[in-house]
Design a protein around this ligand. Structure first.
Ligand SMILES: [Zn+2]
Length: 257
């Protein structure tokens, strides 16, 4: 059984241009797919290993996260897990989950955390030291606010920050290079950001995933997790605003970046 602090082996199946379906083993011949936006690439990946699919974890209802579910369910009979609050607009669920639930998925313990903001029913999953964050948090960015207010999303990001710094963050999109550009535009002299630039460009040229990231790195680099940092706020001219107001302003700026 993979317990909360143990290291989980996770692999990426890239789909639909910039989405990742994250895969991890639930036992020695079956896997779990997180947010399979497409079925073919996931099936091919499993075929190469001679493996099957036992479960599907869904963070939210958007099609680029759920588009492959029906085909994968048909082929493998995988159990589908998603938010109880959003059950009406998700594919049919085998397990409807909510905040604080802990589910045994094969040999793994999966903890459910509700993170409304991108959508109101968005949930994320903690398995060992891995956190599957869907469209809530990205490397150096956060999800667009399609449904929640800035305050709601800010609270969700606060909740994530209470987890251990070593937590490995697995977002559903490869947005790192653009987010890095935005962070650097806000803070052109940030040495930590500048030090990353070359590595990110090389990975981008080679189509190499920049993920996972870690919570420690995000606390240092991600503008959306630094709204309580008064030094940072001063640099970007938002020192007079509350952390929630700073977050709302940054999110709005990012929409137009
Ligand atoms: Zn989405």
């Amino acid at each position: 059984m993979i317990m909360p602090q143990e290291s989980l082996i996770v692999e990426a199946v890239p789909v639909l241009g910039d989405n990742y379906v994250w895969m991890f083993a639930s036992n020695n011949k079956e896997y779990v797919a997180v947010d399979p936006g497409e079925a073919t690439a996931v099936s091919q990946w499993l075929d190469r290993l001679g493996a099957s699919l036992s479960h599907i974890l869904l963070t939210h209802h958007h099609n680029d996260h759920t588009g492959g579910v029906a085909d994968l369910k048909r082929r493998y009979g995988a159990k589908i897990i998603g938010s109880k609050a959003d059950a009406q607009r998700l594919p049919p669920l085998d397990h409807a989950v909510k905040e604080g639930d802990i589910l045994n998925v094969g040999e793994c313990q999966v903890q459910i955390i509700e993170t409304p903001g991108h959508t109101m029913g968005h949930v994320i999953y903690k398995v060992g030291d891995a956190l599957f964050v869907g469209d809530t948090l990205f490397s150096m960015g956060c999800g667009r606010l399609f449904e929640g207010s800035p305050e709601v999303m800010w609270q969700s990001l606060q909740k994530i920050q209470t987890l251990p710094d070593a937590t490995k963050i697995y977002p559903a999109h490869e947005y790192t290079l653009t987010n890095h550009g935005f962070a650097l535009m806000l803070e052109p002299d940030n040495q930590d950001l500048l030090a990353l630039q070359k590595e990110l460009l090389i990975k981008n040229d080679n189509d190499t995933p920049t993920l996972p990231t870690t919570l420690a790195a995000e606390k240092k680099l991600n503008p959306f997790l630094r709204t309580e940092d008064d030094q940072f706020a001063k640099k970007i001219g938002l020192q007079a605003k509350t952390p929630q107001e700073r977050f709302a302003i940054l999110r709005e700026k990012r929409n137009h970046f």
